[in-house]
Design a protein around this ligand. Structure first.
Ligand code: NAX
Length: 329
């Protein structure tokens, strides 16, 4: 039997955690033959609720769940972790400015980045879900690598929910099966500025832009629908996306670890300078994954409309980076 993989999950008592943990424990993320140990982090006041979730996990009698711990100490939660899902974050409270949200979260992710840098497995794979996820991932990466153990490329942010939302909208518009759609990209920040780009997307060999055959739809319907989907879910449900976010996190890690079989997926990754995106910024890129590594899809033509969108979402990320630079000094 395989040795268990240690998976740390933060915000374990939250609503995404409640959708996520059961699927990890059932083998949907790392494979049906891969035992896992869950290392759950949440705030002190949430420990009782975490215990409740652990009781339910026990009651599932998952064959692959080889152990679990709960803690409010990041140094304990990330100890020897091979996968870290950073879900817990400070939500925007009443009267809180965007800037306050950024700095409140920056404090959390500097602490967690330091704990990962010192205690996680050297080849740890980190996915940040908690918003603003790209910049939170950037902060954790910048701090963690200072300890010289873990590598910058393994800090990622979640664009997969945007990717999946875009796939679903395209399937609806074209009448094609969602599984038939290949080669979609979501560039940039996980925010309404993201740029979902279906110029290269195909369905059973047909070009999706030709199937859509509606120039205005992209700008007037598709991009706003995908960009504002999170707000639409809150409006409808009274709560933010949770099961779909957990699903996207599972997809992201599964593909990263087990491979995408040549298919493009979107990951928020530290830029290597590709497509003119400044090095180090956590930006949504099209990647393929193999043997636990991702590779950016190169050579895509960037037309003027795309460049404008890519720059717009980049500028937001640069602004966020500037907003936290004092904390990283
Ligand atoms: P909840 O408020 O239900 O749960 C958050 C949990 O995190 C709580 O249990 C809280 O106690 C815990 N927490 C807060 N600070 C913590 C810290 N410093 N260390 C450990 N745990 C901490 O939120 P939920 O709906 O689960 O959403 C979690 C995060 O995901 C939010 O930041 C949210 O904005 C973000 N999302 C990101 C998405 C993405 O695509 N990247 C989509 C869904 C979601 O909006």
């Amino acid at each position: 039997a395989k040795a268990p993989v240690r998976v740390a999950v933060t915000g374990a008592a939250g609503q995404i955690g409640y959708s996520l943990l059961f699927r990890i424990a059932s083998g949907e993320m790392l494979g049906k033959d891969q035992p896992v140990i869950l290392q759950l982090l949440d705030l002190p006041q949430a420990q009782k609720a975490v215990k409740g979730v652990m009781m339910e996990l026990e009651d599932c009698a998952f064959p692959l769940l080889a152990g679990m711990i709960a803690t409010d100490d990041p140094n304990v939660a990330f100890k020897d972790a091979q996968v870290c899902l950073l879900v817990g974050a400070r939500p925007r409270g009443p009267g809180m400015e965007r800037k306050d949200l950024l700095t409140e979260n920056a404090k959390i992710f500097t602490v967690q980045g330091a704990a990962i840098g010192q205690h996680a497995a050297p080849d740890v794979k980190v996915l940040v879900v908690g918003n603003p996820c790209n910049t939170n991932a950037y902060i954790a990466k910048e701090i963690a690598v200072k300890y010289g153990r873990v590598s910058a490329k393994n800090f990622t942010g979640m664009l997969r929910l945007d990717h999946n939302r875009a796939l679903s909208q395209l399937a609806g518009k074209t009448g094609r099966e969602v599984s038939s759609l290949k080669n979609l990209v979501v560039w940039g920040n996980h925010s309404p500025t993201m740029y979902a780009d279906y110029r290269f997307t195909t369905s059973n060999g047909d070009k999706v832009p030709a199937l859509v055959n509606d120039e205005a739809w992209n700008r007037d319907v598709f991009l706003p629908t995908v960009g504002k989907r999170g707000a639409a879910i809150i409006e409808a449900r009274g709560l933010s996306s949770a099961a779909s976010a957990a699903n996207a996190a599972i997809d992201h890690i599964r593909d990263w670890v087990l491979g995408s079989n040549g298919e493009w997926v979107t990951m928020g990754i530290p830029s290597d300078g590709s497509y003119g995106i400044p090095e180090g910024i956590i930006y949504g890129f099209p990647v393929t994954t193999e043997n636990g590594e991702y590779k950016i899809v190169q050579g895509l033509e960037i037309d003027q409309f795309s460049r404008e969108r890519m720059t717009h979402t980049l500028n937001e990320l640069l602004e966020e980076r500037d907003g936290v630079k004092d904390l990283l000094a």
